[in-house]
Structures are given as structure tokens and as C-alpha cells.
Design a protein around this ligand. Structure first.
Ligand SMILES: *Cc1c(COP(=O)(O)O)cnc(C)c1O
Length: 441
């Protein structure tokens, strides 16, 4: 059976199968593991740049005053930050650590937005000192803290308030963030958001420039964005009428879906752009609001498809009449999503990509948890130890959530383009496991 064409929209656009072997960015996948080791994360630079350009074009063609800011918690490295800079997009950071990596790559601080529900005072100092573009204030305590930090530095920091609009995005309970019962943001319905606008307008050291919400992830339907725009822009109009607040910047967040499995395609970028931009402009018109600058914050959907995880097959266990396990050399330490979100993936044996699927197996990781599974009930050709299995759509929230559980060594990361693979993160070594262990020194 040839490589299923339905995989084409899950793998990077450069993926190709010839003589039964899968290549990405012109590089033979199994050869990459021979050169750089296994497990291996491969990012396709062409795919990633194409997706950045799609986002910029899709939104700015519908509303010119749009800025795409990549939510870097999905995947960040100096290479990624440099690429974002080259593509003209901004960066959302949620910690001093993410900010420090962005700065180390020479990313302009004024194009960074600092999110999070409990930023530490130190982190706020670092952000203000770096000259961060916006701080997204999540709660009353943080408003005071940001103002105090900015005043101490003789600055007036531009801020945006994160609101919780009370919109249920109907996604996984662990990734829903726009409802009333969430730790994120100032609720509109309780009056907290209104009070925060009043407080922010009166507080020295901060300049309130806009409003933000983020509903959760991944959102396969478009309606929640319109619901959120309706609530948020009505609130902005109310604040203008009551307090003279002028909305200059607005963000309905990110949360765009990406495709992980054949049976669940994600809406194209254009569909999100059309839904969000048209709803945004219509709601602004309804309230007679001059349309503010629009910030759109894709994380997952910008990087997921560009990343492919490669694992090497090891042990096999058959339980008669029940299940066959095929274990690989990675698992929950590099991809915890199946364990915590029940996330689904496709799997392709890269050196037998045209072979008929002949059995149903569960692809297990190598770590000491029964929940350490990568793919349940995968249809694969019969594999041998040494075969290499690719899991596409592994670019988002895999490496950024990776751990050293079982003292696992985090995998190497390679960027492929035009038939060449370039190492951007070396595989960890045992010595790395001891670099922060200061016992006896
Ligand atoms: C995580 C996050 C995003 C991006 O979410 P994705 O689902 O990865 O697109 C955008 N905005 C904020 C504030 C976030 O916390």
C-alpha cells in the first residue's frame, strides 16, 4: 500500500516517500537518526516559514493593522526566535526564561508580550529592563506590582488587561481558559474587569492600551471567537462610555487547531482569519469603535506541523488476544501529551512507508509509567527492532513540555531544509544531568 495521501496534510509539505522511504525537507528520515541519534526531533524550516507567512497574509489581507505574535511556549529555541524575527512576527512569552531565550537570540524586546497569571517581581523587573513591548496584566495584585516596578525604573509601562469573557470554547477541560471558573484573567461578568480598567487608568507607572482574552486550545470551531469578540468589544464600548477608555489594541488570543490524525482535519488559517477579522470589524462597527490594532497569537498551529518526532523500535510484547506492544526509545519524557490530554497521533514506519499495514499495535514509550503510550491501536506493517517510526505534528508542546523523568536525556533537534540537516540542539548527556546537582561541591 502506498503512503496514504491523507498523511500529506499532517506531515510537513516537503515530506515525500520514494522507494518506500520517507524524507522530510529532502533528508531521508532514517538517515537523520543514524547521523544525529534517536529519538530525534526534526523541524522543517520551509514548512515553518510557509506557515508564518500564511498567518501574516491571511490576517493582514483582511485587516491591515494586525500583528501575529507567536505564543512561544509551544516551542522555543534561539533558532525559533530568530526565525520569528525574520518573518516579522512578535513573540508571546510567559516567563523570565522564555524572555531570556528570546533576548539571547537577539529578538527585539518591544515585539515581546509578557503573559501569565503569576509573574514574579524579578521577572517583571527583567521584562521592564529589557524594554518589553507589553505586559498583559492578569489580576489586581499584578497591576500594582507592574506599576511599582515601572515606577522604580522611571518608566510608564504599556499594559493590556487579560479578561475572562465567560466563553466556553468546548475543548479539553485542562486547556479551557476563557470561562468564569479559570485561574486566568479578570472576569467581566463579576465587575472585576470594569474595576481593573478604572484602577489601571488611575495608576501611575502604567499605560492601559488594550484588552486581551484567550479561550483555550485547540479550538476546532470558529464560533467561540465571535462570542468572545462580542463580549470583549461590548465591554470596550461600555468602558469608553463610562470612563473614556480608548481601546487601541485588542487580542482574542490563539488556540487555533492543528491536524494530528487523518480523521480530524483542522480549519485552514484562512477560515480562522476570515471568522475573526470579519467578526472583529463587524463588532467594532456595531459599537462605533475605531478598530484597534489586532494581535493574533497562534502557538500550536504555527509549529505543530513543522515538527516530526523520530523513534527507533526496540522491544515487542504480545499478549495473546489482547494487545501487542511495540516499544520505542522515547515517550512521555519528550511527549507527555498522550498521557495528560489523551492526545492522538498517526505513526509511519519511515523505512517501510509503502508497506501494507498488517497489524494493530500500541506504541509504548520506555519510561516507568503504564500511561507512557504514544499511539494506541496504530495500524503498522510488522516492525523489526531498528526500524524508525515517525510521529508527525510533533512540533508543539512536545519539547517545551519535555522532562528528565527517569533521568531521560532530552533529544537532539535538527532543522532540515533543501536536503541538509543542521543540529540546533545537541542530545543531552549524562554530564548534563549533573550540571545543576551541586551536592558535595
Ligand atoms: C498558550 C497561549 C496562546 C497560544 O495557544 P495555542 O493553542 O498554542 O495557539 C495564545 N495566547 C495566550 C495568552 C496563551 O497563553
Amino acid at each position: 500500500m502506498p503512503f496514504d495521501p491523507a498523511f500529506a496534510s499532517i506531515f510537513p509539505r516537503t515530506a515525500n516517500v520514494a522507494a518506500g522511504r520517507l524524507s522530510i525537507g529532502g533528508c531521508d528520515a532514517q538517515e537523520l537518526t543514524r547521523e544525529f541519534g534517536s529519538p530525534l526531533y526534526v523541524f522543517d524550516e520551509t514548512e515553518l516559514r510557509e506557515t508564518c507567512r500564511e498567518y501574516v497574509a491571511a490576517f493582514s489581507s483582511r485587516y491591515r493593522e494586525t500583528t501575529i505574535t507567536y505564543a512561544s511556549k509551544a516551542y522555543l529555541s534561539r533558532w525559533m526566535a530568530a526565525l520569528a524575527r525574520e518573518e516579522g512576527i512578535g513573540l508571546d512569552v510567559v516567563s523570565g526564561g522564555e524572555l531570556s531565550v528570546a533576548m539571547a537570540a537577539g529578538f527585539p524586546a518591544e515585539r515581546c508580550h509578557f503573559h501569565g497569571n503569576n509573574k514574579a517581581e524579578d521577572e517583571l523587573h527583567e521584562a521592564v529592563d529589557a524594554g518589553i513591548g507589553r505586559i498583559i496584566v492578569d489580576n489586581f495584585g499584578e497591576l500594582e506590582l507592574v506599576a511599582a516596578v515601572a515606577r522604580a525604573r522611571g518608566r510608564r509601562q504599556p499594559i493590556i488587561l487579560r479578561l475572562s469573557p465567560g466563553v466556553d470554547a468546548h475543548t479539553h477541560a485542562k486547556t479551557t481558559t476563557g470561562t468564569l471558573d479559570t485561574k486566568f484573567g479578570l472576569p467581566i461578568s463579576t465587575g472585576a474587569a470594569g474595576q481593573a480598567v478604572v484602577d489601571a487608568l488611575r495608576t501611575d507607572g502604567v499605560e492601559l492600551v488594550g484588552l486581551h482574552c484567550h479561550l483555550g486550545s485547540p479550538l476546532f470551531s470558529l464560533e467561540p471567537y465571535d462570542e468572545a469578540n462580542a463580549v470583549m468589544l461590548a465591554f470596550a464600548a461600555e468602558m469608553r462610555a463610562k470612563h473614556g477608555f480608548e481601546l487601541r489594541e485588542y487580542s482574542p488570543g490563539g488556540g487555533f487547531a492543528s491536524q494530528y490524525v487523518r480523521e480530524r482535519p483542522a480549519p485552514p488559517v484562512d477560515a480562522y482569519a476570515e471568522a475573526i477579522a470579519s467578526s472583529f470589524l463587524r463588532r467594532c462597527r456595531d459599537h462605533d469603535l475605531p478598530p484597534p490594532r489586532l494581535f493574533v497569537e497562534p502557538g500550536r498551529s504555527l509549529v505543530a506541523r513543522a515538527g516530526v518526532a523520530l523513534y527507533t523500535v526496540g522491544a515487542r510484547k504480545e499478549v495473546e488476544g489482547l494487545r501487542t506492544w511495540v516499544s520505542v526509545d522515547g515517550g512521555m519524557a519528550d511527549n507527555i501529551r498522550p498521557a495528560i490530554y489523551d492526545a492522538k497521533y498517526e505513526a509511519v514506519v519511515v523505512n517501510r512507508a509503502d508497506d501494507e499495514a498488517s497489524e494493530t499495535v500500541t506504541i509504548a514509550g520506555k519510561y516507568c509509567e503504564s500511561g507512557d503510550l504514544l499511539v494506541k491501536d496504530a495500524r503498522l506493517p510488522r516492525t523489526q527492532p531498528g526500524d524508525v517510526i515517525a510521529l508527525p505534528a510533533s512540533g508543539a508542546y512536545n519539547l517545551s513540555m519535555a522532562s528528565n523523568y527517569n533521568m531521560a536525556l532530552k533529544p537532539a533537534v535538527v532543522v532540515v531544509r533543501d536536503g541538509r540537516g543542521r543540529l540546533i540542539r545537541r542530545r543531552e548527556t549524562y554530564a548534563d544531568l549533573l550540571t545543576t546537582d551541586v551536592w558535595g561541591e
